[in-house]
Ligand binder design. Structure first.
Ligand code: AMP
Length: 371
């Protein structure tokens, strides 16, 4: 299906044609019509399939074609991480380039002045992480009374323990009459049940791509002792000298330690995690996305939604103990139809995690020998 056949507003079509998009991806084909019809939806769609545009394009169209006071916040998009908030805001700016709609992004970890100035100038769409949103609401900078469209991206994570209290507080402030769109790559049953409680009647769209991310990405695991993990990492980096490699560490401290060990081996890398300043996080991710930095060490703040062109390899320095996290992490590679590789390191204590992951993804991960 071509975008032009969906009856999208021409001002938006101009924006997406400029980006070279012509044909809607499967998730876009399935969710755009129900969103345009005003339905509430929960969509479980694999990462890297065009999920962001799938909700942004119909959302922009509805904003352009329905009556609303320009500058009042009509659409609210909530995401779990600052990096994802920035990325989605950038997508709105490019898709909406010719629409005249205004968008603002707010997130914690930086001074609020720039954000409150932008809010004072008015915005139609607000992209936010939950903590800063609640903070600015309580300070009186934001009112949610005009919200007509509410999007929860990475909904499973947002409805899980770490965020659910904030999300409930936010939902309680939204007008009852609104359109709600929940998107996620994974949707465990308990979370799906909770979404039902929040949404009531909704349309469920499950997009099963021809190949799930987990199948598209070539996966392997090394059983390796803890002390040998760094050696193995250095070996893999040296084997792939020009490749962009995203390395996941379980802890912030662990991520910093990997950077130090790589520095000793004369390998340049940078870490992003919750203890780094927002400036340092954005710089490292920006340089990595631009290809100026080949090795990025990250905690799970980079596991979700982050879109990196031509990411050849994901390495799980510590294989995750939550199987869904594994799917999100490896989904940073093999995006938008490209192929990708994911290699996990598993020490003696982590063996049970591999079993859980294989159960979730339904495939056996190739075991490699570390000679
Ligand atoms: P997402 O799943 O939203 O993270 O998107 C994955 C990637 O696909 C992003 O780099 C998008 O820019 C790109 N993309 C999304 N929709 C389309 C489309 N219809 N045609 C071509 N590329 C697209």
């Amino acid at each position: 299906m071509k975008f032009i056949d969906l009856g999208l507003d021409q001002r938006m079509l101009d924006g997406i044609v400029a980006l070279g998009y012509e044909t809607a991806t499967p998730v876009q084909q399935q969710v755009m019509v129900p969103i345009l019809e005003g339905k509430d939806i929960i969509a479980a769609a694999q990462t890297g399939t065009g999920k962001t545009a799938a909700f942004l394009l119909p959302l922009l169209h509805r904003l352009l074609t329905s009556a609303h006071t320009a500058g009042d916040i009509n659409a609210l998009i909530i995401v779990p991480t600052r990096e994802l908030a920035i990325q989605i805001n950038e997508s709105i700016t490019s898709y909406g380039k010719y629409t005249g709609l205004k968008n603002v992004v707010i997130f914690g970890g930086v001074k609020q002045g720039g954000q409150t100035d932008a809010l004072r100038r008015g915005t139609d769409i607000l992209v936010a992480t939950p903590g800063r949103l609640l903070d600015l609401i309580s300070q009186g900078f934001i009112s949610l009374q005009d919200i007509k469209y509410f999007v929860l991206d990475e909904a499973d994570q947002m409805l899980d323990m770490g965020f659910i209290h904030d999300i409930k507080k936010i939902i309680a402030k939204l007008p009852f009459k609104r359109q709600s769109l929940f998107f996620s790559a994974t949707m465990p049953p308990a979370i799906a049940e909770l979404s039902t409680k929040i949404l009531g009647d909704y349309e469920r769209v499950t997009i099963k791509p021809k190949q799930a991310t987990a199948e598209k990405v070539e996966q392997a695991v090394y059983f390796v002792s803890k002390p040998n993990k760094t050696k193995l990492l250095i070996h893999l980096i040296e084997e792939n000298p020009d490749a962009s490699i995203l390395v996941f560490s379980r802890t912030k401290h662990g991520a910093d330690k990997i950077v130090r060990l790589l520095t000793k081996a004369h390998i340049k890398s940078a870490a992003i995690h919750g203890n780094k300043s927002q400036g340092a996080r954005q710089r490292a991710l920006g340089n990595f996305k631009k290809g100026e930095l080949n090795i990025l060490i990250a905690t799970d703040i980079a596991a979700r939604g982050i879109d990196i062109d031509e990411l050849a390899l994901v390495i799980n320095y510590d294989i995750p103990n939550i199987p869904e996290t594994y799917v999100h992490r490896i989904g940073r590679t093999g995006r938008a139809g490209a192929s990708g590789r994911a290699i996990s390191f598993c020490d003696q204590e982590e063996r049970a995690y591999v079993r859980d992951i294989q159960k979730l993804i339904g495939i056996q991960i190739t075991i490699l020998k570390n000679n």
